[in-house]
Each structure stands twice: as structure tokens, then as C-alpha cells.
Design a protein around this ligand. Structure first.
Ligand SMILES: [Zn+2]
Length: 266
């Protein structure tokens, strides 16, 4: 290995470890290069990762590929659903209780595919609340998981429940004195998420089929009607930006101690 190559490998190793072993910047080279370095780093800490979404399906649609990669590499992954999707399970005659049962089962099946643990908060679909009591509830739930990284929905979104999820998580992050790194994910950009400019990308090419299976576990949401036009299109688009076949994109809010740093400077 020549010096330039050695420096490049060190740079990639630093960048992957700093982001939990899975981040792929558009300028950081190929995904396979990144993956090899990650698996061969013996000092890598196993991370506790919490992914929060308003409804069953949101974490899977937004970052199911990234979560599959994390769990494959031995990190602990939990999904926290704010609601059980009570407002819609594909049939308008269903009660909230009936719909919640269907969607809870779908969420659990989906989590099994991604090797994630399913957790549920106590809010109600289409009626989520952002207030002091709910912030305390969210803060306590997050702290009970003791995560290293938290992924949540982006606040600028056409769905009110997604806005509430983003704001609850952000306030919990502030209240917990930024104990964890915070990442925002996008869902159905252009239709739901808007104004999202990614800071980080993850190559999901190798886990794309598993992510699709996790999304299709949510059968009551008719994923086959929007997969090609919405979800696959987004993975392709983010993949083009990142220089890989398929990618997911994130906005990373670093903790205060990591903000004034840049790679290569001590
Ligand atoms: Zn949603």
C-alpha cells in the first residue's frame, strides 16, 4: 500500500467510525471500500440505535436500509412508534382499536425482518400532541433505551404527526443535554418531507430487497401502489447523489462536543 492509499484508508476509517460505521459521504469512495474497513476495525464500539417514527412504516420507509445494515453489523436497533396507526389500516369501516391491532402486527413483522425491536409510545394517529407532558414522556422513553444515536422524522412535513415526532425528539434531545447524536430522516420527499438537504448518505444497495420486504410487511398501507413511484425513486435519487446504486440520506445534528471539529485537524 503506498502512502497516498494508506492516508486514504485512514481517512475512510475515521469517517466511518465517527458516524457509527455506516456513513457514506458522496466524496468518500465506494461502498465496498467503506464496508471492508468497518468490519475489520476491532476497536469499534457496538452502538445502541433508536429510530423514532409517527406511524408504523415511517422508520422502515425512511431508513430501513440503514437499520438493516446496523443490525447486520451487530449494533442494537429499536424502533419507537409514536402511534399504532389507528387512523388507517386500509378499510374505513375499522375502529381505531381494530386498525391498531392490524398495524401493530405489521410493525412487529417488519421489525423482525430488520432485526429491530418494536416499541410503542401511547399517542394516537392523526391526534398526536406536542406539549409538556408529551415531551416528558418522550424524554423518559428515549432515556430508558439509553441510545448512542437517535434517528427521527424531519420537522418540515405535510403530515402533522411527523412534525410532532420531530419536535418531540428534538426537545427531548435538548432536555437530555444532547446525550446522543441526532439524525433526521426523510419520508416521501416532495409529497411529505420538504426542505431536506442531507449531510450524510448510507449505501443501501446490498440490503435494498430486505428493506423492500420490511416496507411490504405494511400491507394495509398498499406499498405496491407507491413503491416504484415514491420509495424506489427516492433511493435511486439519493444513490445518484452519493455515487452508489441506492442510498438513504440524513441530516446529522452533532452534539456540542463534536460540532467544532473537522476530519484531519486535532
Ligand atoms: Zn407517517
Amino acid at each position: 500500500m503506498n502512502k497516498a492509499e494508506s492516508n486514504r484508508r485512514n481517512f475512510l476509517k475515521f469517517s466511518t467510525l465517527a458516524l457509527g460505521g455506516l456513513s457514506l459521504s458522496p466524496l468518500n469512495g465506494s461502498a465496498s471500500e467503506t464496508s471492508n474497513l468497518t468490519t475489520s476495525a476491532p476497536e469499534e464500539k457496538k452502538l445502541n440505535i433508536l429510530c423514532i417514527g409517527a406511524h408504523p412504516g415511517d422508520p422502515e420507509f425512511g431508513c430501513g436500509g440503514t437499520m438493516a445494515r446496523y443490525s447486520d453489523e451487530g449494533h442494537q436497533v429499536s424502533f419507537l412508534y409514536l402511534t399504532r396507526g389507528e387512523a388507517w389500516a386500509g378499510d374505513p369501516t375499522l375502529s381505531f382499536d381494530q386498525a391498531a391491532k392490524i398495524r401493530t402486527k405489521e410493525a412487529e413483522a417488519s421489525c423482525k425482518i430488520l432485526n429491530a425491536k418494536a416499541l410503542f409510545a401511547s399517542q394516537i394517529d392523526d391526534h398526536t400532541e406536542l406539549n409538556k407532558k408529551r415531551v416528558e414522556e418522550m424524554t423518559n422513553l428515549i432515556l430508558s433505551v439509553n441510545p448512542d444515536l437517535v434517528f427521527t422524522q424531519w420537522p418540515l412535513d405535510s403530515h402533522m404527526d411527523h412534525q410532532v415526532t420531530a419536535c418531540l425528539t428534538y426537545t427531548a434531545w435538548i432536555k437530555s443535554e444532547q446525550k446522543f447524536d441526532l439524525y433526521y430522516y426523510e419520508v416521501d420527499t416532495g409529497s411529505e418531507t420538504v426542505g431536506f438537504t442531507p449531510t450524510d448518505y448510507v449505501d443501501i444497495t446490498d440490503v435494498r430487497d430486505r428493506k423492500k420486504a420490511a416496507m411490504f410487511a405494511h400491507q394495509s398501507q398498499g406499498p405496491e401502489k407507491i413503491y416504484d413511484t415514491d420509495f424506489k425513486a427516492m433511493e435511486d435519487f439519493r444513490g445518484l447523489e452519493a455515487g452508489v446504486k441506492a442510498a438513504e440520506a440524513f441530516v446529522h445534528f452533532k452534539t456540542k462536543t463534536k460540532r467544532a471539529t473537522i476530519q484531519g485537524l486535532k
